[in-house]
Design a protein around this ligand. Structure first.
Ligand code: SF4
Length: 197
């Protein structure tokens, strides 16, 4: 397989306690079988807390969230107790992987970073240069058109160019679609309303 990464992939590092919209809040965290077996047999106070926090539903283990839909092991300062007390290797698969994801197509494996993570958005938007891609077997990063050609596709030039056409109608439509998304926090609907005004 030839791995393909966006050029900022290796610069990703979780913001931990500095993250405003932590992924350790608001999402149910499924725990893989191997990690749940480890947690369920861990001795000591933390082991007792893990067992109390774990719940199995339809054959899948997950953590019972606390008030505010917080992971029970997320501290007030935004740091993870499991990392601090057991080390990163103790994380279950989903916590160790997020926000990375992988997909395969023919001989390529695409390695991505999800835009639900604020650090990933910051990395993506930190450069005004076109996004480039790193391939295992290419000495230099290549642009999107070159990546498509490596995949045996011949992209039509007009499909690769986005020309913004800012009109009131387009902005209204954009705001309408944004209003359909689940608010990430209480400030989001207010910001949308202010933009509509
Ligand atoms: S959203 Fe991203 S930066 Fe924030 S805690 Fe999760 S992985 Fe870290």
């Amino acid at each position: 397989m030839i791995c393909v990464y966006p050029d900022f992939y290796r610069r990703f590092a979780c913001k931990a306690g500095d993250c405003l919209h932590s992924c350790c809040r608001g999402w149910e965290i499924d725990v893989d079988e191997e990690s749940s077996a480890y947690y369920r047999t861990l001795p000591g106070k933390l082991g007792c807390e893990l067992r109390a926090a774990l719940k199995q539903e339809d054959g899948v283990w997950h953590f019972r969230l606390k008030d505010g839909d917080r992971c029970p092991f997320l501290r007030e300062d935004g740091l993870c107790r499991l990392i601090l007390e057991l080390g990163e290797q103790a994380l279950c698969d989903i916590c160790a992987l997020h926000p990375r994801f992988y997909g395969e197509l023919n001989e390529f494996e695409f390695c991505g970073l999800g835009l639900s993570c604020e650090k990933v958005c910051e990395l993506l938007l930190s450069s005004s240069e076109p996004l480039r891609f790193v391939l295992d077997d290419e000495p230099e990063p290549i642009d999107f058109a070159a990546l498509l050609r490596r995949m045996g596709l011949e992209p039509a030039e007009e499909l690769l160019r986005f020309t913004p056409r800012p009109t009131q109608g387009r902005y209204r439509e954009l705001l309408r679609r944004m209003a359909e998304t689940e608010p990430i926090d209480a400030a989001w609907p207010e910001e949308l309303a202010a933009l509509r005004e």
